[in-house]
Design a binder for this molecule. Structure first.
Ligand SMILES: [Zn+2]
Length: 459
């Protein structure tokens, strides 16, 4: 019994000892793991939000510093120029709240803290973490970015003289830019019309076709602008005279049969539109939202337009056609005696006879030949330099996207598809997606005076 007792007591002692050793090992292991973790060798990472060669007075620039391991201990950001060095950031962080990620608006700091000098400069970012490496000094990450400050906007000279602009119409300006300009064109209110190199002229000469949208005030600011890589912008006024235009107002009486026809025909083609429960409500949805979507698509296609004219001479109004509706008619849609919607008619309704052969108004490239929202079966032709013509409500189409067409080529037959009550052609012209009055482009003399003659102005 005694032996057993002693033995039992001995084994209890051994158990306690083993337990103690195990606990000690766990503690040591944890300590080691902790220290090991604290000895991590990953330096903080430093990243610029974009690469750049130049910065301007107010360029945007963000710098992100990260340390996923022990966290950041300190960050400094310095800006060196010819004869100065400015500390933009000098920050240390508590061990307890060691930050893992810090973001700095360096663009703003430069604007606030430095006197920018044109010429070379460099940005130095340095960061340490709470690792125990390097005798507890931590891992060190750094980044040096050499660049140049460019604070002068590009050169910009308008070469053309007098510009006469009809509200809703187009005009052309020729100008010369400095070598460093990367973007240039005409800003007319909210619309930007890019300039393109003028063939035969020196490489810095640009022309820009632009429009004053029919729904903008006659005194909308219209300026030529040029920007360089650093975001410096030159703005140039030029001589112009705007002729305000009054557009017509018309009531459109909506009958149930027409509303039904339009909704049931367009909806299956328009997956982005939602049935609004009542046909008239769905009609209004299509008339506003789908109309806008269609025009946005034209603006998008215009961005792909080549930088030279594909057209030749005056645009054609459909042969033998009678004008049924004019450009920019303001239409109030009446249903059961109430106004339910208001939209502007951005084109011409031209009628001849049913299923009349539709001619391309000018040379160009077909960029869409398909069912196209409110316009039904439609052909869009790109005439270059951002100009696109639209042929809507066709009964049939006989061209394909990508196909080159000549003026007068037959592209389909007239019809009443889409939002059309009877057989007619809806003809629209758009410049960078902005609807323009086709009357000017149907007129060879207007084109000569406002576009072709201007392009000869190169010095
Ligand atoms: Zn129309």
């Amino acid at each position: 019994m005694k032996f057993d007792d002693r033995n039992r007591r001995g084994s209890r002692g051994a158990s306690i000892l083993i337990l103690f050793v195990v606990l000690l090992l766990i503690a040591a292991g944890a300590g080691l793991a902790f220290t090991y973790k604290r000895l991590e060798g990953q330096p903080p990472t430093i990243a610029l939000d974009h690469d750049f060669k130049t910065l301007g007075r107010s360029s945007a620039l963000n710098v992100k510093v990260e340390d996923a391991g022990t966290g950041l201990k300190a960050v400094t950001i310095r800006l060196k120029q010819k004869d100065s060095e400015v500390v933009l950031v000098d920050e240390s962080f508590d061990k307890s709240s060691a930050e893992k990620t810090k973001s700095y608006d360096v663009g703003k700091l430069i604007a606030e803290k430095t006197k920018i000098q044109e010429g070379p400069a460099s940005l130095e970012v340095s960061a340490t973490d709470y690792s125990l490496r390097s005798f507890t000094r931590g891992n060190h990450g750094s980044l040096t970015k050499d660049f140049a400050f460019d604070i002068y906007p590009p050169r910009l000279e308008v070469l053309t003289g007098q510009h006469y602009i009809n509200q809703g119409g187009s005009e052309c300006v020729v100008y010369r830019i400095g070598d460093d300009a990367v973007v240039s064109g005409v800003q007319a209110g909210p619309h930007f019309f890019p300039g393109f190199p003028l063939s035969g002229a020196d490489k810095n000469v640009r022309f820009a076709l632009f429009a004053l949208a029919y729904d903008l005030p006659a005194d909308t600011p219209i300026k030529v602008v040029a920007r360089d890589d650093a975001g410096n912008e030159s703005v140039s006024e030029f001589w112009k005279k705007v002729f305000p235009k009054a557009f017509r107002s018309r009531d459109i009486l909506l009958e149930d049969s027409f509303v039904q026809k339009v909704v049931s025909e367009i909806m299956p083609h328009s997956p982005t539109m939602r049935d609004q429960g009542e046909p008239i409500k769905t009609f209004v949805e299509l008339n506003s939202k789908l109309r806008r979507e269609n025009h946005d698509m034209i603006a998008k296609l215009a961005k792909e337009s080549p930088g030279q004219f594909l057209w030749n001479g005056a645009f054609l109004q459909l042969s033998n056609s009678k004008v049924e509706s004019y450009f920019a008619d303001r239409r109030t849609y009446m249903y059961q005696g109430k106004a339910v919607d208001q939209q502007d008619h951005v084109g011409f309704d031209l009628s001849v006879t049913q299923q009349y052969p539709i001619e391309a108004a000018n040379d160009g490239k077909v960029v869409l030949a398909d069912y196209f929202g409110i316009y039904g079966n439609t052909v869009l032709i790109d005439h270059g330099a951002g100009m696109i013509s639209l042929y809507g409500h066709l009964s049939s189409i006989n061209v394909k996207p990508g196909q080159t067409v000549k003026k007068k080529d037959i592209i389909g037959k007239s019809g009443a598809t889409g939002m059309a009550g009877g057989d007619h052609l809806h003809f629209g012209l758009f410049l960078q997606g902005v609807p323009i009055n086709a009357t000017e482009w149907w007129d060879a003399k207007w084109i000569q005076d406002h576009v072709l003659d201007r392009l000869k102005t190169t010095s």
